[in-house]
Design a protein around this ligand. Sequence first.
Ligand SMILES: Cc1cc2nc3c(=O)[nH]c(=O)nc-3n(C[C@H](O)[C@H](O)[C@H](O)COP(=O)(O)O)c2cc1C
Length: 704
Amino acid sequence: MENVKNRKMIIGLTSGNGYGFQPGAWRTPGVDPTSYTSYDARVRHAQAAERGKFQFIFLPDGPFTDDSTLLETEAPNFNLDVMMTLAAVARETKRIGLVATGSTTFNAPYTLAKQFKALDIMSHGRAGWNAITSTSNDVAAIYGQTIPSSRDRYGRAHEVVQLVQAFWGSWGKDAWVHDQESGQFAKHDEISTISLKGKYVNARGTLYIPPSEQGQPIIFHAGASPNAHELAGRFANVVIGAAFTIEDSIQQRKAFRESAKKYGRDPDEIKFIAGMMTTIVKDRRTALDRRLQLMGHLLPQRVAYLQQMLGIRLDGNDLNEPLSQEQLQAARPSPYDPRSANALKIAKEGWSLKDIIAHGIIDYHPSIVGPGVEAADHMQAWFEAGACDGFWISPDILDDGVDAFVDEVVPILQERGLFHKDYEGTTLREHIGAPEQYGIDPRVSNIKLLIIKFKNMKIGIVGTGAIGSLLAQKLSKAGHSVKVTNTRAMPELEKIAADLGAKAATLQDVVKDVDAIIFSMPFNAYKDLPKDLLKEVPQDVVVMDTSNYYPFRDGDIAELEEITESEYISGILDRPLIKVFNNILEGTLKHKGTAAGTEGRIAISTAGDNEEHKKIVAQIVDITGFDTVDGGNLSESWRQQPGTPAYCTELDEAELKKALDSAEKGKAPAIRDSIMNSLMSKDTWPSYEEILAGNRVHQKGKGK
Ligand SMILES: Cc1cc2nc3c(=O)[nH]c(=O)nc-3n(C[C@H](O)[C@H](O)[C@H](O)COP(=O)(O)O)c2cc1C
């Protein structure tokens, strides 16, 4: 059940071109006609809203129009740049939330993440991001693109929002120490790299911005389609709504709340804010005259539109006369325009034709043209009917319209107990009652996101054969501290290690004080390792095994008829481990690594029983240039052993999944041996390309 007791409404102010939200606002006497470029004007309007304890200002965004002839008489709709405006406002206000629109359709997630979190820092936790999808061809053209389908627009939006939030969380909440005494600036291991390979967006990196007072910005959304319900239900805390009738608003709010519930959220986590346009003056007559002064020049076209709304002819009417009884009786509200019923209601009250229009019946949102109490009544009725959680206000003229609302409407709402008397906190999160969140919300996440915790891992590698050497090289090049060991004498080992960018260590030392250990040795050499090698190694150290069993080299091992190769190794080491890097050729590892998100990126599989360790291994694989497919438990790891379709056949993620599924348990050893026999029967050892081609043919890894 919805908690209605003590509910207080949320109020936001819209900020756009600096003048106001009625046509002609820019040329009203007393309005500075250059406000379009005035940041001082924006600051003044925000300060006025803050005086009225508004929870936020909201900045829509978009290009004006592709029809620049409109500029002959009208100002563009929007701010010069929404982030610049909010930066200016942030420095001159203390409490009010600062919400800007940023399209998820064409912007890069990293850019959005950086700008909004920087604003959040600058404003001490007052930033909100209105994450919308773009539907206008003008916007698409600016980016040299076309508007994608709704499905693709929203598909991208789901990924972008999560990626942006993941960037926000990449600097750990408590990572920033800035302790002058100890000299520690930040805890590097609490700052992670995030990596996403999505269907629509890819990114890998870190956003080096610590948390703000509210952690990270709040997600808003503006949209009304079923896809919008899905997006907002998942991620948004506030919906900027548009509804003309109380019934429609109730339905819309319900749809968003149900969607939130579907995703395991409390419906109260999402607030539906209805739009409202205002001309607040002491009485209705004065208010209508003010409106007429603002939009009188548009009366002819508005009358033409009203004809369609009411289904009657009005072109012979006197603007100063009410509609005739015949006209009122013949009028039928248009089913295509939800504003029509209200237009007819106003007409029936006997107002003149121009006054009907001056009531704002063709405005983008319900309009209140009259004294403050009329606005308060409207708001109370909607709020108490469960039609909304608050309102975003678009005043006719910002210079005095915000003050009029603050002085004439806010006190009535406060007196009626509908609106707070002061800010409860200092952040936007507190103003709107959104729950704590830092980084992505795991309850609603549906992307395959890697959060790479360790910027600088300490890795020990046992064995410097083909795979061990390449791993040492790649991981040390990526900034990790790598030490290696092999069976050579120390002076030679030191030289090998130096060539790999690693440090030389004895077998005993290579496993000490590390985050991960990679065993990369010939299969039959494991049995000669000291029995207690890993005894002192903590359980959270990830142990990996890259080995493969070849009977011609390793001899017959009877146990392998019962258990997998890595289970056998795990037994010798007396330690759970992750099987990885066994099904990749040296040539593949050396030459075929690509950046995360690259089309057709090659994947290798992991197997093991520890899910957390598998995630870390996936991060290591990613660093080396490859995707990872989870091949299941260690007991399932026969699916990636020599002779299987998944073994060294250079498959992408989807292909590798199929290959693992299609493996047949009994068949692999014979295939393995026949491939090896044919390789060894050649006069010269085949090239990597020939081996790959042979694997693909005999193991049927590709094209199955
Ligand atoms: C109240 C409201 C405000 C909006 N503000 C903006 C805006 O500032 N900039 C923008 O590009 N789109 C804005 N939109 C457009 C939406 O993001 C979206 O493109 C539109 O609702 C169509 O989406 P749909 O596919 O869900 O129907 C707004 C939509 C609504 C309902």
